[in-house]
Design a protein around this ligand. Structure first.
Ligand code: NAP
Ligand code: G4F
Length: 341
């Protein structure tokens, strides 16, 4: 019988790639969607016709219990979150509730629906749980590159909320014997990335300038460094973690790091433009506390899961610029659901 997966965050970038991957692996895939008439659901319906939808919200414990009862999943992937770091300063409490407490509610839904207690434990045939942890937890990094043993020092309310979810996942594994794991994922991008994140902001900015739709691109800190990979590669890693013999946490990244300045140079270069003529540094886009440098050590994932990234930084940037040039040249609107390639 096909394995059944429940994905929270199905309307987001990662939810779409994970759903496609699981469908290709023969899974029956269910996506949790929130809201009375969530406009982003049409994306899922258009792109992922075989995904079944169930209503629920990470803010609502009862809805998660109902969703788990209805779907009876073998695997739950908790990707739902407020994921944009700057928003976590503006709405810190909501971020804590969704990105942090949402993990507790999802784990509790699984525990209650499975009849797990500390005395009885999880046993075999249990629901396997994946938590979308983040390299933002490393924050002000204590060592480079960062691996599974690097201490955390989060620098934003988002990073703090993710750190809570991370330790809680570990705690449910230790307290109840649940197969609960965290993927500590470094930044991953794609043509489906939200327009507010820097890679997509840059690829859209380049496309607008190239097509004569804009004359400048305003950015914040150009010196921050990130380990950027392709989202499709990272979706494969999520599934692999839930197929492992033992529940363990893994760092997922490329092992390379680039500055925002290098990203900008590569993206404008891909369109034959000189970035220095168009980029304007805007102090108001700097963050109250910055994560200066992220660089993964993905050795454990490589040796234990056989996971490797397949798309280089240069290929990723070129893919995003090309996609946005095609989108905007065809009159597409990046904020419309129909824009997803
Ligand atoms: P994304 O595109 O921003 O998607 C976030 C998803 O969370 C959306 O589907 C959103 O659904 C859902 N969501 C928000 N509030 C919710 C709520 N109250 N209840 C249920 N769902 C809710 O993020 P992403 O890039 O795909 O990232 C997926 C996960 O990985 C997130 O947890 C993120 O923090 C984490 N992560 C991402 C990266 C990265 O580089 N992309 C790296 C490390 C970790 P709506 O349509 O309802 O808003
Ligand atoms: O693209 P970003 O907004 O991503 P950030 O903050 O690294 O977070 C992303 O990756 C995390 C994993 O490490 C995820 F957990 C999280 O959910 C999200 O997906 O910013 C990247 C860097 C920052 O240092 C920021 O200061 O780019 C810098 N930056 C410079 N100018 C900018 C801008 N970021 C944005 N969004 N917009 C700018 O104009």
């Amino acid at each position: 019988m096909a394995r059944r997966a429940l994905i929270t965050g199905i309307t987001g970038q990662d939810g779409s790639y994970l759903a496609e991957h699981l469908l290709s692996e023969g899974y029956e895939v269910w996506g949790l969607v929130r809201g009375q008439a969530n406009p982003r659901v049409s994306r899922v319906r258009r792109l992922l016709q075989d995904v079944q939808l169930v209503r629920g919200d990470l803010l609502d414990q009862g809805s998660l219990i109902s969703a788990v009862e209805k779907v009876q999943p073998d695997e739950v992937y908790n990707l739902g979150a407020i994921s944009f770091v700057p928003m976590s300063w503006e709405q810190a409490e909501l971020t804590a509730e969704v990105t942090g407490m949402g993990v507790l509610r999802m784990l509790e839904a699984i525990r209650v629906c499975s009849g797990i207690t500390a005395a009885r434990g999880a046993g075999s045939g249990q629901i396997r749980f994946y938590q979308a942890s983040s390299s933002e937890m490393f924050g002000q990094v204590r060592e480079t590159p960062q691996n599974e043993r690097t201490p955390f020092h989060p620098r934003s309310p988002y990073g703090v909320a993710k750190t809570y979810g991370h330790f809680l996942t570990q705690n449910y594994r230790e307290s109840y014997g649940m197969f609960a794991v965290s993927g500590i994922l470094f930044n991953h991008e794609s043509p489906r990335r939200g327009a507010e994140f820097v890679t997509r902001k840059v690829s859209l900015g380049v496309a607008r300038i190239k097509l004569g739709l804009a004359t400048e691109l305003r950015l914040g800190n150009l010196e921050a460094r990130r380990d950027w990979g392709f989202a499709g590669d990272y979706a494969r890693a999520m599934r692999l973690m839930l197929q492992a013999a033992e529940p363990e946490d893994y760092v997922i990244g490329t092992g390379r790091t680039q500055s925002v300045r290098e990203l900008v140079e590569a993206a404008f270069g891909a369109a034959g433009l000189d970035w220095e003529r168009y980029v304007v540094c805007d102090q108001s886009l700097h963050r109250p506390a910055e994560v200066d440098l992220l660089c993964a050590d993905p050795k454990k994932a490589r040796t234990q899961l056989g996971w490797e990234p397949t798309v280089s930084f240069e290929e990723l940037v070129a893919m995003m610029v090309e996609s946005d040039l095609t989108l905007l040249a065809g009159g597409g609107d990046p904020h419309q659901d129909s824009s997803w390639p």
